[in-house]
Design a protein around this ligand. Structure first.
Ligand code: ZN
Length: 154
């Protein structure tokens, strides 16, 4: 069946990211933002370098299940070079995806789109969104949130 083949491809991509996470570690001189997901026990430590309203570099560490680790790894690939505003859009798209809602620009999510199957396991949704929530909090902590709010108000 094509569907089971697709499922195993999804699993392989997720497993690859969780066993060999990209951008793993921490950026020198940056204070990590630490966020946990008590439902599963996942903890992420995220360091982000923002410059001129863009994500210049990002790294994560911590301990989490394969879904949270894979999701963080996929996210780091996706957000480097993106504007803060775009990161918020991608975070929203990703959140919709893992909750089983329709996403118009699925390609924009890159390999993170492979996590769509999480929608079938509601208890794991927070595992998948942990890294994205950590990134939004890190951006807010950096003082960019106010800028975004005022953009939307115009
Ligand atoms: Zn988890």
């Amino acid at each position: 069946m094509a569907l089971s083949k697709l499922d195993s491809l999804y699993r392989a991509v997720i497993l690859d990211h969780s066993s060999h996470p990209h951008h793993h570690g921490s950026l020198a001189g940056k204070t990590p933002l630490i966020l946990n997901n008590p439902t599963c026990g996942d903890v992420i430590q995220l360091t982000v370098e923002l410059k001129d309203g863009e994500v210049k570099d990002i790294a994560f560490s911590g301990s989490g299940c394969s879904i949270s680790t894979a999701s963080a790894s996929m996210m780091t690939d996706l957000v480097i070079g993106q504007t803060v505003q775009r990161v918020y859009e991608l975070a929203e798209n990703f959140s919709r995806l893992v909750q089983g809602q329709q996403v118009e620009d699925l390609k924009s999510l890159g390999e993170a789109a492979f996590l769509s199957g999480v929608a079938k396991f509601p208890s794991r949704i927070k595992c998948a969104t942990l890294s994205w929530n950590a990134l939004k909090k890190a951006i807010e902590a950096d003082g960019f949130a106010q800028e975004i709010l005022s953009c939307h108000e115009e």
